[in-house]
Ligand binder design. Sequence first.
Ligand code: ZN
Length: 354
Amino acid sequence: MLILLAGCTTAPRNNQPLPTVWEQTNAVPSSAGNPCLPSARPAPVPAPAFTPVPPKVSRPVPVLTWTSLNEWTAEHRLPAPKRVGNLPVTSYAITSPQGTMVLEIGSREATWRGLEILLGFPPEIIDNQVFVHALDLKKNLEPLLLGAPLTFHGNRILVLDPGHGGSNSGTHSVLDGRCEKEFTLDWALRIRSLLATNGWTVFLTRTNDSAVSLSNRVVFAEAHHADVFISLHFNSAAPDKKQNGLEIYCLTPTGMPSTLTRGYSDVWTDRFPDNAYDAENLQLAVRLQAELIRCSGEEDRGVRRARFMGVLLGQKRPAVLIEAGFLSNPAEARRIETPAFRQELAEAVANALK
Ligand SMILES: [Zn+2]
């Protein structure tokens, strides 16, 4: 039953147990006295429409080489990379009409238009030249520096996924134990209101305090022919009260290590349906990141990659998961508990989709 509720659409490898929530592996199970228990009459759960396990293909990944950044920029008619900053950190900036990316030698941390993104592999200096892994060129640099800006076609159908619900309450505010599931639903309803007159048709995977498995959230997006899928969450590092900031996840491209594995094995050769949208996932994530950081003033923890998030793997559309601050941090919990702050978060998401 717990696994059903957690509903990861892929079985964990090595028989590892599934976490009941993303944010905490020490999630509190439902029990008497838990202030986050669902209401006495839980809302109905939609029946599964298809297998909860998304197709996954493991196949040999072609051997990719490291490429000279100077050669890559010349090939794409961009100015040569410029060295920036001071020693001992060596960074290089690459600029295109779309913006500037700064890469740091020996680090996976990079910036795009001043905001953090995480590369798959640290750039290296070889024979006095900067070399970048070919997968980073294809999956990180090309979509941002060379790709056409993300546009939304078709019916502009957005499926918003308020994290958790019902007996799966998510994480808890360090201040008073209020539940993540309450705040994610409120945030989603606010976004829906803002987008109602903005050319989008918005569906929520849940509109009340009901339990919906992760696989059924993917089924829901498929059934509603979603053009975009956004899962809404708040974070926890309990018992650590200091971690703070906002991060956005998309599915790790095949052949690349994930930024976050949360104890799961991370098979680089796995290919999931949503890997068809690697470029759009990143473009959507950075659009949301820019607006969310600007509107909320939260610390930027970057666009990250994960392979274990069941609501992302099986999607056949751009799909991201937002962790909009830490309920385990007293200052952030106080803000998240404030309706005006959740309105700011909603406006940021709506702005990003204009
Ligand atoms: Zn969550």
